[in-house]
Design a protein around this ligand. Structure first.
Ligand SMILES: [Cu+2]
Length: 196
């Protein structure tokens, strides 16, 4: 009888330790996931040109002199409810005319870039998100969403690129990702285009 009780006690204790270990391991996994994407974010500060030698698809060359490097990223699967998706571009100011836009996806999800004019007094991030998680794209002056190719497609896959050559008039623009939920998650960036 006594040994049976001890057995029960012992099993209960083991189970407690087991649960404790699982909790500790989950903690480690969480830490691992939240830190893993950081190097990617750091790399976004570098010129994406350095990636063209990495075997990622590369756009054909043309005579357009101006280029805009856009990077899109996300913090992975753990942060899908947080405002943790990023769209950034360099340089932030262009002169009017044609520009080669190269979008590189450093994230773990598919992304796209749509170029929308900003009205006077309107800032990036202020558009109203519909029930479908998207914003109105009316007035778009360009889109880069074709995986490893030019123009409009089904989205740029993780680790891949897309590109387009667009002709921009002077003004302010908002580069956005309009996949459901991505705008609200922070995927917008203001671009200035000055007159020549
Ligand atoms: Cu996106």
């Amino acid at each position: 009888m006594t040994s049976g009780q001890n057995d029960t006690l012992h099993r209960g204790f083991s189970r407690g330790v087991g649960i404790g270990l699982v909790v500790a391991l989950s903690g480690l996994l969480l830490v691992g996931f939240s830190f893993a994407p950081r190097p990617g974010i750091g790399m976004m500060g570098q010129s994406p040109r350095s990636w063209s030698t990495n075997g990622v698809c590369t756009p054909p060359s043309n005579s357009v002199k101006q280029s805009l490097d856009v990077t899109v990223s996300d913090m992975g699967m753990m942060m899908n409810r947080a405002r943790r998706m990023v769209l950034s571009a360099s340089p932030s100011t262009l002169v009017s005319g044609k520009v080669n836009i190269l979008v590189t996806n450093f994230g773990m999800r598919t992304h796209e870039v749509v170029i929308l004019p900003l009205a006077n007094g309107q800032s990036a991030g202020q558009r109203i998100v519909g029930t479908d998680g998207k914003v109105d794209e009316t007035g778009s002056v360009g889109e880069v969403s074709n995986n490893c190719n030019a123009g409009v497609g089904e989205g740029i896959l993780p680790g891949s690129r897309g590109w387009a050559t667009v002709d921009l008039a002077p003004g302010r623009y908002e580069l956005i990702c309009n996949l459901p939920g991505h705008y609200a998650a922070g995927m917008y960036y203001e671009l200035q285009v000055k007159s020549l």
